[in-house]
Design a protein around this ligand. Structure first.
Ligand SMILES: CC(C)(COP(=O)(O)OP(=O)(O)OC[C@H]1O[C@@H](n2cnc3c(N)ncnc32)[C@H](O)[C@@H]1OP(=O)(O)O)[C@@H](O)C(=O)NCCC(=O)NCCS
Length: 440
């Protein structure tokens, strides 16, 4: 028994240490969290509410956006008319929308107010602000059909929302908007969430998926995507919330939102795992387009040297001559930003043992902490997989933790392919880190 207790304690301490940097980094950051009306009908929805409370208690500025689709459908008897995937909202339907929004909003406010002693967030007092933060305009006539009270977001009251967030309140947005002409329009939750995230320049936009998981057409989990990869993936995705939300996640990232996440509601604690662990459990979408990262050509030698030379001088990277770089240029990938090389990485293949060495990973100091290191690592992993490699390894003296946080495990010179081991520089005493590409 004691052993289990010790193991649990170790796991807890390890988990807490791993989460601590995120807790620190998230304080004061703005997250927009969107969930459909189906979420509210789940018996475990209250667990998500506790996690929302927890994020709020950690100092995250939260904007929640809820949906009402099932609640509206339950209220209307006749079949809704759809044009290009958008529901026509006539005057009668709008009444049901208002009714559903009011009821869902009150339920949510009530859940967020729960302060019972037997809940995980006992004692936390949360204030929820909701109101006319979203201005809408009619969607108009599409394919000859007037969408009537179906609207589009025109404006989000950024300053007013920021005021509420700064006061420690959670802002709750509904899928409706008001027009200066005094009308109310029905909006989609994904549009409201995306516009709010873009207007607020949110650090994160998170969609909770009620239907389907964050997997591709073959059922493989998609953990990371750039906005442009997301657009390509969309074509092959089956119907479901992933297909519905992914274009909005990509749009938000392209327009200045730090990162977008898609998380399945079926996994208990998925929101916290996605936000507080590096590996995550859902799909993370980032802005940086893969077009930036490309195989290097001979003209890139000068640019690569300008990135790696200062690091060679510091002893962080092993010195490479221009001649050697020219010879090995086909092994390199570069990250190009507005015509300037801001990062590079190389992959050397040891095909006979199905392993590859990742080397010379470097990002210009001015451009660090923007996910470029991650992007270069992803490019190498993709190339290694295409070459049929099972492992990649890296030798580093100072950056071991960066790699460990990205799924590498500490090995030793014995893990190196024989020809590489023969060249191992024992004086430099580099750490050897290995990543299993099949497990990742
Ligand atoms: C490692 C490196 C490529 C990362 O580039 P980047 O574009 O900043 O990478 P990302 O934005 O994807 O990641 C940045 C994160 O890595 C962390 N990081 C940077 N260097 C690190 C190190 N030596 N150890 C642990 N973490 C490190 C940063 O603190 C940041 O974390 P945060 O986002 O939680 O604040 C860059 O720091 C670099 O060029 N370092 C010098 C060269 C080097 O060490 N190369 C590896 C040997 S082959």
């Amino acid at each position: 028994m004691a052993k289990t207790g010790e193991a649990d304690a170790d796991a807890f301490v390890e988990w807490f240490r791993a989460a601590a940097p995120y807790i620190h980094a998230f304080r004061g950051k703005t997250f927009v969290l969107a969930f459909g009306g189906d979420s509210l009908l789940r018996p475990d929805f209250v667990d998500l509410v506790y996690d929302i409370n927890l994020l709020n208690a950690l100092g995250v500025r939260l904007v929640l956006v809820h949906g009402v689709r099932p609640q509206v459908e339950e209220r209307i008897s006749e079949e809704a008319q759809y044009v290009r995937g958008r529901r026509v909202t006539d005057a009668a339907t709008l009444e049901h929308v208002k009714d559903a929004v009011g009821s869902v909003r009150v339920d949510l406010e009530s859940l967020l107010s729960v302060g019972l002693p037997n809940t995980p967030m006992a004692g936390a007092e949360i204030r929820v602000a909701s109101g006319n933060y979203v201005t809408a305009q009619p969607a108009g006539v599409v394919d000859g059909v007037d969408l009537l009270f179906t609207g589009e977001v025109r404006k989000v009251a950024v300053a007013a929302i920021r005021d509420r967030l700064a006061a420690g309140e959670i802002v709750l947005l509904s899928p409706i908007g008001y027009s200066p002409t005094g009308e109310v329009f029905n909006l989609t939750l994904e549009e409201v969430a995306t516009h709010a995230a873009m207007a607020l320049e949110a650090d994160k936009l998170v969609f909770i998926l009620d239907h389907g998981d964050t997997v591709d057409a073959q059922g493989r989990r998609v953990s990371r995507l750039t906005a442009s990869q997301a657009q390509r993936l969309l074509k092959e995705l089956p119907e479901g919330d992933m297909k519905l939300y992914l274009p909005f996640a990509a749009q938000a990232c392209k327009k200045g939102v730090g990162k977008a996440h898609l998380v399945s509601a079926d996994v208990d604690g998925a929101l916290l795992m996605e936000l507080f662990t590096h590996a995550g459990v859902g799909t993370m979408v980032t802005r940086m387009s893969v077009e930036n990262i490309r195989p290097a050509g001979i003209d890139d030698v000068g640019g690569i040297l300008s990135v790696i030379e200062p690091l060679e001088t510091e002893g962080v990277l092993v010195r490479r001559s221009r001649e050697r770089l020219e010879q090995e240029i086909d092994n390199f990938f570069v990250d190009e930003l507005d015509g300037r090389i801001v990062g590079c990485v190389a992959l050397y293949s040891f095909a006979e043992v199905r392993a590859g060495e990742m080397a010379c990973l470097a990002v210009d100091p001015t451009f660090r902490r923007g996910g470029r290191g991650d992007g270069l690592l992803a490019a190498v992993e993709e190339a290694a997989r295409e070459q049929g490699l099972k492992h990649i390894f890296v030798l580093t003296t100072r950056t071991a933790h960066w790699f460990i946080e990205r799924g590498f495990v500490l090995g030793g010179p014995d893990d190196l392919p024989a020809p590489r081991k023969a060249m191992y520089n024992w004086q430099r005493r580099s750490k050897v880190l290995v990543k299993d590409l099949e497990a990742a």
